[in-house]
Ligand binder design. Structure first.
Ligand code: CA
Length: 223
């Protein structure tokens, strides 16, 4: 049985290229109720006018850019999770989207399955507005991702994200292995904690999590 249209999550899509917009709207229209805007100005008006569950914003738009649009949306305290579509993969392009308040980015041309998976992850995530800095890194529990200082994206599993979410919830606090097991790995052991700390460090940087000898772990301060 198909869900009724009103039960579908609402997606704001801002894209000026007609061909791309037509395909994306068709593909995502199965899962989302889509409002499509062709300019940043129109997108901003929609974003300010009603609540959306998720936003997909092209970076390059005529007039107001996707970056300017997101900055304006975040300035208005709208925390709806957002993916920025960017045609350019330079450090500046990746970082400016994240700096503007995107929770995730996707390089064009992208795979539709990837876009749908990213959107689903963001909607499962722990809610918007939870991005956290870990030193010069950025952690987005909503996107299940860590971003390196150059904007490089490192996907996290739910358990890895949960571990970082706990540690960054109180960055000064040293969490004992028992505390971490109780919050993140019920039924697990100290060894489970050590294994996940290792996974997260291996895929990002060793400094992302500090080991405090004989006590436990704490959010790191990588540069
Ligand atoms: Ca464009």
């Amino acid at each position: 049985m198909n869900p009724s249209p009103s039960a579908l999550p609402r997606l704001l899509y801002v894209e000026d290229e007609a061909e791309t917009a037509a395909i994306v709207t068709e593909v995502l229209g199965v899962e989302y109720l889509i409002d499509h805007a062709r300019t940043g100005e129109a997108g901003l008006e929609l974003a300010l006018g009603r609540r959306y569950d998720v936003m997909v914003v092209d970076r390059r738009l005529p007039g107001m850019s996707g970056v300017e649009l997101l900055e304006a949306v975040r300035t208005a305290h709208i925390t709806t999770p957002a993916i920025m579509l960017t045609a350019l993969g330079t450090v500046d392009d990746r970082v400016s989207g994240l700096d503007a308040g995107a929770d995730d980015y996707l390089l064009k041309p992208f795979d539709f399955a990837e876009l749908r998976a990213r959107l689903r992850a963001m909607r499962r995530g722990r809610g918007p507005g939870t991005r956290r800095e870990i030193g010069d890194w950025l952690f987005s529990p909503a996107a299940l991702a860590l971003y390196a200082p150059d904007g490089g994206r490192i996907p996290l599993t739910q358990a890895e994200s949960d571990l970082l979410e706990l540690l960054t919830s109180s960055p000064e606090h040293v969490f004992s292995r028992d505390e971490i097991v109780a919050s993140v790995f019920p039924g697990g052991s100290a060894g489970t904690v050590d294994a996940y700390v290792h996974y997260v460090r291996r895929k990002s940087t060793p400094e992302i999590i500090d080991t405090v000898r004989a006590r436990g772990y704490r959010s790191g301060m990588p540069r």
